[in-house]
Design a protein around this ligand. Structure first.
Ligand code: NI
Length: 151
């Protein structure tokens, strides 16, 4: 496992659309381990692969009050309910926190590193986090959606 450099806002990599993972091999497993290392070291809530310069549809995130770390490969939001506005930050945009409106609850379908289908249910903070990370896979940053200053 190894820590990776976190790409910062202004880098064009963060604006690209990531490609689905097709090979569930040792290389993927090593990449996900590196992402988890990088997330823990940076003390973040979530990290998407493009943030370490890899344009693949993968994110890792803390879950359930930080008690566990989840990994999601090729995630899709299959259900979203309610609305919630809360401040967000991002490891790629240091020292900025802005309010973003997200669903209050989301159901995400994805795969684990072995290619097994998984279902993640996010409420509140976890819902915002999953949406934030999935946005990264489409080149979207939370500041694009900020409602700070909007009446
Ligand atoms: Ni982020």
């Amino acid at each position: 496992m190894a820590r990776r450099k976190i790409y910062q806002v202004g880098d064009d990599t963060l604006r690209q659309v990531s490609k689905p993972v097709t090979e569930f091999d040792d290389k993927l497993s090593m990449l996900i381990d590196d992402m988890i290392d990088t997330l823990i070291y940076a003390d973040g809530a979530g990290l998407a692969a493009p943030q370490i310069g890899v344009l693949k549809r993968i994110f890792v995130a803390t879950f359930d009050g930080g008690r566990t770390i989840i990994e999601a490969v090729n995630p899709t939001i299959v259900q979203a309910k309610g609305k919630r506005v809360a401040p967000e930050g991002c490891l790629s945009i240091p020292n900025i926190r802005e309010k973003v409106e997200r669903p209050r609850r989301v159901v995400v379908h994805a795969f684990d590193r072995h290619g097994n289908p998984i279902e993640l249910i996010g409420n509140g903070f976890d819902a915002s986090c999953f949406c934030h990370e999935i946005d990264h896979l489409d080149g979207i940053l939370f500041t694009d959606k900020s409602i700070n200053g909007r009446k």
